[in-house]
Ligand binder design. Structure first.
Ligand code: SF4
Ligand code: SF4
Length: 223
């Protein structure tokens, strides 16, 4: 963590961290040239799909999101197959509008909300945050930014439930990575696909957290 961190400190969600960048002020560097690094999780997908449905837009499915014309794509991430936001045309995020602003700001994904914070997990599974160093972090800050409450920065309605979800999702991925590393490729592919089908492809209802918890139980008892 320390080599990635700007100030060598670990924060929790109730802390204040120096990440304020004055609302980006015309900068959109971190929405460009990001390759396959803006990895999506099941909460990102639920938030995106349910918001589209509520706002009267089309019924968005995982299949549509990762289709050729969709805003996401699938990529291998530490042995797993996971969705990430696609970079298009000259290498900008497909959600970046012509004014250089995020067109889905209110429902942007977890990694977009975090930046320029990083997130780590302690051995006991608890979450910590750190300010990304100059190479990885906000281009504009050039050092510590304005102090901002981390929970407020992330902007989730229920940060406690959100963090519990992150811890569970992290564990599932870690366990699967360990498992896959000793499996033959055909069996590994089968598990990768099952992860996508259960946690992304199967639609979530209104209560994401309870649906997700049920899927964790299903995953643990069938894997
Ligand atoms: S690099 Fe910093 S200022 Fe620029 S868009 Fe990203 S967070 Fe905003
Ligand atoms: S989703 Fe929005 S915040 Fe995230 S990279 Fe794309 S344009 Fe930037």
């Amino acid at each position: 963590m320390y080599e990635l961190s700007l100030d060598g400190k670990k924060y929790n969600c109730t802390d204040v961290a120096p990440v304020g960048c004055n609302d980006c002020e015309g900068c959109s560097i971190c929405c460009r040239e990001m390759g396959d690094t803006i990895i999506q999780d099941p909460f990102d997908m639920w938030m995106f799909c349910s918001n589209m449905r509520l706002s009267g837009g089309m019924q968005v499915t995982f299949e549509l999101l990762v289709s050729e014309d969709g805003p996401w794509e699938l990529s291998y991430q530490d042995g797993l197959l996971l969705p990430n936001i696609k970079m298009v045309d000259d290498g900008h995020c497909s959600f970046l509008n012509e004014k250089g602003r995020c067109s889905i700001h209110k429902i942007r994904s977890g990694l977009c909300r975090l930046f320029p914070l990083g997130r780590g997990f302690e051995e006991d599974g608890s979450i910590y945050y750190y300010v990304l160093n100059k190479e990885l972090g906000c281009e504009k800050m050039k050092g510590p930014g304005d102090p901002v409450g981390i929970s407020e920065w992330l902007g989730y309605e229920d940060i406690e439930k959100y963090e519990l979800f992150q811890v569970a999702w992290h564990r599932i991925k870690r366990n699967l990575q360990d498992r896959i590393s000793i499996l033959e490729e055909k069996k590994a592919d089968n598990l990768r696909e099952r992860l996508l089908l259960l946690f992304f492809d199967k639609p979530y209802g209104k209560d994401f957290y309870s649906d997700f918890a049920a899927r964790v139980n299903e995953w643990m008892s069938n894997i």
